[in-house]
Write a protein that binds this ligand. Structure first.
Ligand code: NAD
Length: 481
């Protein structure tokens, strides 16, 4: 079993006090890797390295075009190592190997997209009613960006923040989740291979409450890009007030997936399955509340429960598997407790409802689970479960479907299924969420902004709008008189 260190200033750095922690393979329940347990000393070193690289290192002197090219090269190197990255993702998280290999290649596309934007960060000249003044605006990098990521999609989410942050010219201290630290370390190593200067990307591994918080409090860190739970997002927001740090918060969700009676039923059933069971429901935008119009409810549920039987739960390395294990024992226990709550509250269990028996029996496998006749006020419909549990809620009219869909503290994503264009557009307008899919689910692209309304957070990642969040806007006045 390997031991992995922090990655600071281009070198492997153990914790000063020599402490380590272990990560587990959710498929077997066995110990999978040992990692340096960073503390304040390592955070200090990493921030110093990032700050030095920003202020005095070669990174700041590179032209935006060269910076962009380096990001593209980094993308190429990641794609060359796609198999290794996918193996790491699968072993540390339980995600399907085939999907993770595809995701490592998508990371390349994303780095090309943001690499291409690096030399298109433009200012403006604004017409004034003052003849003697020439003015222009500039978009400048913020400085050091602290990126804190969750365990559910380590590759995708790290690149989602790192690509725009680096394209804008910032430097990085990245803290991955303790369940899944290795892809971040691998990315930092590959950064170096691609030719990014030392200190531009640094990785510290350790618990959020200590390591993440030290980053949030550090006055030399200019922004925190946090992806994780709403609860921790609120703590970070409170703590960041101390230094008035820039923040992007990509938080939790309880997204409504609304199927109207005139929808293409086959497509909507497939969308409902992908919406909740893709990546075992460990997706921030998961369609965890399925709203079905009354008149199609029975037919739809017949097809859905039939299709769920075909979802093979098993070893995520196996090509035939459709759902691997949830990430950890703690997460498995949480999901099982929600399933219990659903039963207690009187929702009707129509599929799954417990652990799935796979392999040595020690992995964290859960059956794809569906509750029907759920009310929007029940705990399983209100709280983010972050696992393979679907709540089905019947509705009677367009107005009721939309009102119930919006009746949540979250606002990350939503989908509507209908053949009526006017209804689709009306729904897209009425839904209070950062992303609305029409006749689709779980589509993402580097070019399209993603982020939350309400308690799903603020700021945006991806797209040109996401890039702006990694810049400061400066206005220059020149008196020509
Ligand atoms: P989490 O909030 O527990 O942890 C996320 C990260 O924050 C981890 O690296 C953790 O170590 C760190 N952390 C924990 N406490 C901290 C603290 N006090 N200060 C600073 N850092 C701290 O979330 P999780 O369980 O890892 O991930 C699941 C959550 O992430 C879900 O709510 C999910 O919806 C959300 N998520 C959101 C998006 C999005 O784009 N909106 C994407 C993926 C996941």
């Amino acid at each position: 079993m390997n031991t992995y260190q922090n990655y600071i200033g281009g070198a492997d750095v153990p914790a000063a006090d020599g402490r380590t922690f272990t990560a587990f393979n959710p498929t077997t329940g066995g110990v999978w890797g040992t990692f340096a347990l960073a503390g304040p000393a390592e955070v200090d070193r990493a921030v110093q390295a990032a700050s030095g690289a920003f202020r005095t290192g070669p990174w700041g002197r590179l032209s935006p075009t060269r910076r962009g090219r380096l990001l593209m090269k980094w993308g190429d190197v990641i794609a060359e190592h796609a198999d290794r990255i996918a193996t790491i993702e699968t072993e540390q998280n339980g995600k399907l190997f085939a999907e993770m290999r595809a995701q490592a290649r998508i990371a390349q596309d994303w780095l090309y997209y943001f690499g291409g934007l690096a030399d298109k960060i433009e200012g403006t000249v604004i017409p004034l009613d003052r003849q003697s003044i020439f003015n222009y605006t500039l978009r400048e990098p913020l400085g050091v960006v602290g990126v804190i990521t969750p365990w559910n999609s380590p590759t995708f989410i790290a690149i989602m923040s790192l690509a725009p942050a680096l394209a804008a010219g910032n430097t990085i201290v990245l803290k991955p989740a303790s369940q899944t630290p290795l892809t971040a370390l691998k990315f930092a190593e590959l950064c170096q291979e691609a030719g990014l200067p030392e200190g531009v990307v640094n990785v510290v591994t350790g618990p959020g409450g200590k390591v993440g918080m030290a980053m949030v409090r550090d006055p030399r860190v200019d922004k925190i890009a946090f992806t994780g739970s709403t609860e921790v997002g609120k703590q970070i927001m409170r703590e960041a007030a101390g230094t008035l740090k820039r923040l992007s918060l990509e938080l939790g969700g309880k997204s409504p997936n609304i199927v109207f009676a005139d929808a293409d039923m086959e497509a909507a059933v497939k969308g409902a399955l992908t919406g909740i069971f893709y990546n075992k429901g460990e997706v921030c935008a998961a369609g965890s509340r399925l709203f079905l119009e009354d008149s199609i409810h029975d037919a739809f549920m017949g097809k859905l429960t039939e299709r769920v039987k075909g979802l093979t739960v098993g070893d995520p390395m196996d090509k035939a598997t459709r759902m691997g294990p949830v990430v950890s024992k703690a997460q498995m226990d949480t999901v099982l407790s929600y399933i219990e709550a659903g039963k207690q509250e009187g929702a009707r269990l129509v599929a799954g409802g417990g652990r799935a028996s796979v392999g040595n029996g020690k992995g964290y496998f859960i059956q794809p689970t569906i509750f029907d006749d759920v009310r929007n006020t029940m705990k399983i419909a209100r709280e983010e479960i972050f696992g393979p549990v679907l709540s089905v809620i019947p509705f009677k009219s367009l107005e009721e479907g939309l009102a119930e869909g919006n009746s949540t503290t979250y606002g990350l994503a939503a989908a509507v299924w209908t053949r009526d264009v006017a209804k689709a557009l009306r729904a897209a307008q009425a839904i209070r969420a950062g992303t609305v899919w029409v006749n689709a689910y779980n589509l993402f692209d580097a070019a399209l902004p993603f982020g939350g309304f309400k308690e799903s957070g603020f700021g945006r990642e991806m797209g040109a709008a996401g890039l702006e969040h990694y810049t400061e806007l400066k206005t220059v006045w020149v008196d020509l008189s």
